[in-house]
Design a protein around this ligand. Structure first.
Ligand code: CP
Ligand code: NVA
Length: 307
């Protein structure tokens, strides 16, 4: 069994095999609708418990569909419905109990520490469905989407514009594993965490961190951004938005990238803040495919976890 908590926990071959298997399985499905099962049913007789301590549209639904396509079943729990979430049962005890009921656990929580604590006591694999420190499932799915449209991501350039948040940190981990260039444009105050930068340096990541959005976007194959205020943000939101105002992805910025560059956003978006509707609804935008591919990338992640 394998846990999927950080991109950096997996080696290059494991990560590549997850992406390649997602491509293969997606193409084998042909024109099946999202709720139709695959021909093989690797998750038959197995179930996945999902705990959401914060809101989710895509992760919740795409994991549910992923499990269904693989022939398994899922139970979705919100924070206020379970003892651990309400704070009246320890992670250790909850983990011991869930191990009796489920074959795999997915959790979305603020605290990365809690995910590691669950891992310590679980007898089943755990998947990180987003913490304040990372969103690895999103990034695997985005790599799948990128490669579907633009070919091998190796040596390509991804420009991340805006907040140095959890998603950008998972991209930093992915950049060295998949060998792509990552240009991050963000204000100094909102750079990715120093731990993430340290790890990137140690891994010899081809990483540029700049305050100049045009420099970051220059020659990029893909421009991406995310909400300026993440679910786990505790600071002064008004001040943060004011500082990030210059970091909007708009038509002018897209022009600095390659003429065939794509635009990505993990969603949900705050239109007219980090991205204009013109870009989000424009020809270069692939945001709906990104949301769809969450199903396919996560199926591969699940299969890798239960191996
Ligand atoms: N991108 C993403 O994880 O979306 P949700 O918050 O809707 O799950
Ligand atoms: N950075 C965002 C991602 C949402 C999918 C957040 O953590 O809220």
């Amino acid at each position: 069994m394998n846990h999927f908590i950080n991109i950096s926990d997996l080696n290059k071959d494991e990560l590549r095999s997850i992406i390649d298997s997602a491509k293969r399985k997606k193409s084998e499905r042909g024109k099946k609708s999202a709720s139709q099962p695959d021909n093989d049913q690797p998750l038959q007789g197995k179930n996945m418990i999902m705990i959401f301590e914060k809101t989710s549209t895509r992760t919740r639904i795409s994991f549910d569909l992923a499990v269904k396509q693989l022939g398994g079943s899922s139970i979705i729990l919100n924070q206020d419905e379970i003892h651990y979430g309400k704070g009246d049962e320890t992670i250790k005890d909850t983990a011991k109990v869930l191990s009796q009921y489920a074959d795999i656990l997915m959790i979305r929580t603020d605290s990365h520490k809690n995910v590691n604590e669950f891992k310590k006591y679980l007898d089943i694999p755990i998947i990180n469905g987003l913490t304040n420190e990372g969103h690895p499932c999103q990034v695997m799915s985005d790599i799948l989407t990128f490669e579907e449209l633009k070919g091998d991501i190796k040596n390509k350039t991804i420009a991340w514009i805006g907040d140095g948040n959890n998603v950008s940190v998972s991209f930093m981990e992915a950049a060295s594993k998949f060998d792509f260039n990552l240009n991050i444009a963000c204000p100094k105050k909102y750079q990715p965490s120093s731990n993430a930068i340290k790890l990137a340096k140690k891994n010899k990541t081809k990483l540029l961190i700049t305050e100049d959005i045009l420099e970051a976007a220059s020659n990029a194959d893909c421009v991406m951004t995310d909400k300026w205020i993440s679910m786990g943000d505790k600071g002064d939101k008004k001040k943060k938005k004011k500082i990030l105002k210059k970091y909007q992805v708009n038509k002018k910025l897209m022009k600095a990238a390659k003429s065939d560059a794509i635009f990505m956003h993990c969603l949900p978006a705050s239109r007219e803040e980090e991205v204009t509707s013109e870009v989000m609804d424009g020809k270069q935008s692939v945001v709906w495919l990104q949301a769809f591919n969450r199903i396919h990338a996560q199926k591969s992640i699940i299969e890798w976890c239960i191996k």
